[in-house]
Design a protein around this ligand. Structure first.
Ligand SMILES: [Zn+2]
Length: 194
């Protein structure tokens, strides 16, 4: 439903800013002055200029304004891990936890999953694992295992080595480690050189 601009609540005498169409509505003033790069805001800005705003759009812009200027929460960026699937072991609250992290880099922008990262917890020896969140391109990790992901990122080499030592498969590529030195390192000879 469209709310005519004249019916918008006025933000009071404190806000004396006016714009080309004379509004003193804080949200609309902000929207009209917006020059940032957020696609959503820009699309609403254009809609506002042509047709006015729906209540939903108005509320969305109000929420967006509230977030502006506040520091972004420190996101966990799993793209920092090696490309492809890597395997990690980190200390959980009560026991060691094993993860496979798929950092998908195909280099093709048209590939559906290019730029995504998927987190799986390896349980009971199955390399498939159970889903523990993901990271979409341009975003940070969303999932419930943040402390563990933070631990992995602190020293990925160490968590990969730990996986290999515990499981007997290379933490970097998942191949079975056959010789004693590799089992000690937790990383196979080829990956060790990388
Ligand atoms: Zn390997």
């Amino acid at each position: 439903m469209l709310t005519p601009m004249a019916n918008r609540p006025d933000n009071g005498a404190m806000n004396t800013t006016t714009t080309f169409n004379g509004t003193t509505d804080k949200v609309l003033v902000w929207l009209e002055a917006y020059s940032g790069s957020n696609d959503f805001v820009r699309s609403v800005q254009s809609a506002h200029a042509h047709y006015g705003l729906s209540d939903k759009q108005y509320s969305a812009i109000e929420r967006f304004m509230g977030r502006e200027g506040q520091p972004e929460p420190a996101g966990i960026d799993l793209r920092a891990l090696p490309e492809g699937s890597t395997f990690h072991a980190v200390e959980g609250s009560s026991q060691l936890a094993f993860y496979r992290v798929d950092n998908i880099v195909t280099g093709k922008l048209t590939d559906r999953w290019n730029g995504w990262v998927f987190v799986n917890q390896v349980i009971g020896g199955s390399k498939r694992g159970e889903k523990r969140g993901s990271q979409r391109p341009g975003s940070s990790y969303r999932g419930t295992h943040e402390p563990m992901m933070q631990a992995i990122l602190q020293d990925p080499r160490a968590s990969m080595a730990r996986y290999g030592q515990e499981i007997g498969s290379c933490g970097m590529c998942g191949k079975v480690l056959t010789d004693e030195l590799s089992r000690e390192r937790g990383i196979g000879p080829i990956c060790w050189e990388k």
